[in-house]
Structures are given as C-alpha cells and as structure tokens.
Design a binder for this molecule. Sequence first.
Ligand code: NAP
Length: 212
Amino acid sequence: MKIGILGSGNVGRILGKGFVAAGYQVWISSREPDSPKHVSWKQEVGGRGDVVSFDEAARLGEIIIVALPWSSLKDVIESIDPIYLKNKTVVDVSNAVHFDNGPRLLLDDWSVGQIVQDLLPESRVVKTLNTISDKRMVRPNFKEGSPIMFISGNSPSSKNQVRAILNDLGWSSIVDLGDIRQCRLQESIMLACVISEIQFQSPGSAFALLRQ
Ligand SMILES: NC(=O)c1ccc[n+]([C@@H]2O[C@H](COP(=O)([O-])OP(=O)(O)OC[C@H]3O[C@@H](n4cnc5c(N)ncnc54)[C@H](OP(=O)(O)O)[C@@H]3O)[C@@H](O)[C@H]2O)c1
C-alpha cells in the first residue's frame, strides 16, 4: 500500500515513519521538499519514504492523509490537481482550535472533516486520529489499557481501508461513529481530551471505553 501525506510537520513525520515501519511506501509533502530540514526524516525511513510536493504526494499515494494546519488546509487542497485525489480514500486528521481565552473549537456548527469532504466531493473522506497526540499516534500503548480510536465517513469500503491501516499502526479498538457529519463529535472529543490533559497535567492522554 502506498500512502501520500499532505504535510511534513509533527503529524506527517510521525505517521510517515509509522507507516514505513508497518511496511508501506510513504511520501510526506512540503512547500519545500528539498529543504535540509527533511534530511533526518529521510535518513530515518531509508528507501521506503521520501519528501515531495503536495501534488506529488496526492498523485503517488493510494490513500491520502491530510495532516495540515487549519490555516493552510483549504489553500493546499485547492492547489492540488483534483484528478490525483478523485476516487481515493482521504484521511483527515486535522483540527481547528483557538487557544486564546481557553481552548475552543474554531468552527461552531461545522467541522474540518465536512469541509474537506465538501472540497473533495469525488474523494471518500474518513476522519480519524485527530483525538490523539502525535506522540501516541503510532503503537498507542498505555499502562492503563487500550485507547479507543474513532472513525467517521460516508464510504463503508473506505472506512474498512482505514480500519486496516489503523490496525497496522497498532490501534485495535476502533469505533465507527457513522457518516462524515459525525466527525463533529471527534473534533469535540479532541477538545475534551486537550482540556483534560491540561487539567490533569498529563500530555499524551487518550480516551478509552471501559467495558465489563
Ligand atoms: N500535533 C498533534 O499532536 C496533532 C494531533 C492530532 C491532530 N493534529 C492536527 O494535525 C494537523 C497537522 O498538525 P501538525 O502538528 O503536524 O502541524 P505542523 O507541525 O504545524 O505541520 C505543518 C505542515 O503543514 C505544511 N504547510 C503547508 N502550507 C502551510 C502554510 N501555509 N503554513 C504552515 N504550514 C503549512 C507545512 O509544510 P512546510 O514544510 O511547507 O512548512 C508542514 O508540513 C493539524 O490540523 C493539527 O490540528 C495534530
């Protein structure tokens, strides 16, 4: 499986490395793919990963991951030739939060995942991984148990694909919340997680479902 990641920030690099370790071919992407800032990541992943332009990552990936700051997301997606994203599973891990005066969602009655689906009507958007810190996205092992990962999206087959790649990253408890409108729940849960982390001074926390 070939994965194209839009972004090469904290999330893009960590997911890219995790997918390479799981046996995937990965392209992360940047406005400056040839910048020296990418050298150490390239050395770490060896021949199974590279840093390319946004267009190239979208063209080469069979599954595309959107790992961009909210402020640049629309511009980057609109800069990509839509043919490269057509009929592909597009995984959105983004959040839109502002931190002044306490963390709050930027989009009151809408969501980033729905916006990505609206921008890419011919792609199958699945929201996931936005509720967990980048440092715990791969092999999320906690001494207190297994965290839950949520998915939402309109296409059952794309959600199955995403379940499979999440399994390969080490996620075993996956809850399907429903169609892409439900990603508003995931973006709210992310904020609840961030606020909990601040209150408990416990960065890298995650939600789990306690079962009898
Ligand atoms: N970090 C986390 O723990 C975490 C967890 C869950 C979800 N998320 C979400 O995942 C997304 C990515 O987070 P991140 O922490 O990886 O972000 P980041 O470290 O700030 O990464 C920024 C990436 O976006 C690219 N980019 C493209 N256009 C840009 C522009 N105009 N301005 C700034 N950057 C631009 C940058 O590429 P260049 O190389 O061109 O600068 C870089 O690759 C965000 O929506 C975030 O909310 C983050």
